[in-house]
Design a protein around this ligand. Structure first.
Ligand code: FVH
Length: 285
């Protein structure tokens, strides 16, 4: 028999998770604060979170934010359970939840979902996990149902750190793309063909610069430096100037111009983009 699973939270993501467990044949119990969500799920519906938790050894929590996890779990006996919290959290929130959950008798694993609901159960979805290693290993097969599990360490805050790092990269990329679309839109360039013919191929080609940047970070600058920062800082003003001239708020690109200027002022004009990471780690005065 497959491990019985409880899913707390039937928002878009909790529903996708519950659907994946049901499809894989796991006895699945669900609870949601507002009753009646996702009526199509053929799961056991618990009236309270405590009743839902009592039903399964593996409890998956997928609520809006950390506060909601706290208010949902506090005061419930979690003895003998494995609690896997997939709610988006900061590393410190994850560590604090780990303490509270283990004080209530459970083993805690934190997770960061790298997928949107439609990707759950598909090949591109993965989930970072960190926390009690034995609990993760015990449920590795169960945790493989919704997405490929990527265990990153015993510190319960690590999955959140990896998650936030990837989300930061994603928002940076989308921010840049949105700025580009806003710019060409001022001259009525249609977004679809521009994206397909130029934006997507350009970003895809530029992603090739990431491994050399990582290599520089790990092993020091290599022989072949990329485009130097002094040049990039000098031409960056044109981005802000063009945005303003076209009536587009430069708020998404301006911080990168500022970082380039700081890097050059700190003596990294001959360096390449890898040098920016050290500057980022040194807060501006
Ligand atoms: N959806 C996505 O694209 C992303 C993908 C990556 C991971 N995130 C995180 O997953 C968490 C849940 O996200 P969601 O998409 O399921 O969010 P909603 O559809 O808005 O559902 C929110 C659920 O949280 C429940 N809830 C809200 N407040 C409370 C509360 N005070 N007490 C108990 N439950 C609460 C809400 O219940 P209700 O409003 O229906 O009663 C929903 O079940 C999230 O951390 C994402 O960052 C999703």
């Amino acid at each position: 028999m497959k491990t019985p699973v409880t899913v707390l939270g039937l928002g878009a993501m909790g529903t996708a998770l519950a659907r994946a467990y049901l499809a894989a044949g796991h006895p699945t119990t669900v609870w949601n604060r507002t009753p009646g969500r996702s009526p199509e799920l053929d799961a056991v519906r618990a009236a309270t979170a405590a009743e839902a938790i009592a039903a399964s050894p593996l409890v998956i929590v997928c609520l809006l934010v950390d506060d909601t996890v706290r208010s949902t779990l506090d005061g419930i006996d979690l003895s003998g359970k494995t609690v896997v919290n997939l709610t988006n959290s900061t590393p410190d929130q994850a560590r604090a939840t780990a303490e509270r959950v283990s004080a209530a008798g459970a083993q805690y694993v934190d997770g960061g979902i790298m997928a949107v609901p439609a990707m759950i159960g598909g090949p591109a979805a993965f989930i970072f996990y960190s926390g009690v290693p034995e609990a993760f290993e015990k449920h590795r097969a169960d945790l493989s149902v919704p997405a490929r599990p990527e265990y990153v360490g015993a510190d319960p805050g690590l999955a959140a750190l990896y998650d936030i790092a990837l989300l930061s990269a994603m928002y940076g990329m989308f921010g840049g793309a949105q700025h580009a679309l806003a710019l060409v839109g001022t001259e009525n360039v249609p977004a679809g063909p521009f994206t397909e013919r130029f934006l997507f191929p350009w970003l895809t080609a530029m992603l090739g610069s990431l491994p050399p940047i990582a290599e520089d970070l790990d092993n020091g600058p290599g022989d072949t430096a990329g485009s130097n920062l002094a040049m990039q800082a000098a031409s960056f003003d044109n981005l802000t100037e063009t945005s303003i001239a076209q009536g587009v708020d430069p708020m998404l690109v301006a911080p990168m111009g500022e970082l380039l200027r700081r890097a050059v002022a700190a003596g990294h004009g001959d360096g390449d983009l890898a040098a920016l990471i050290g500057v980022l780690r040194t807060p501006a005065e």
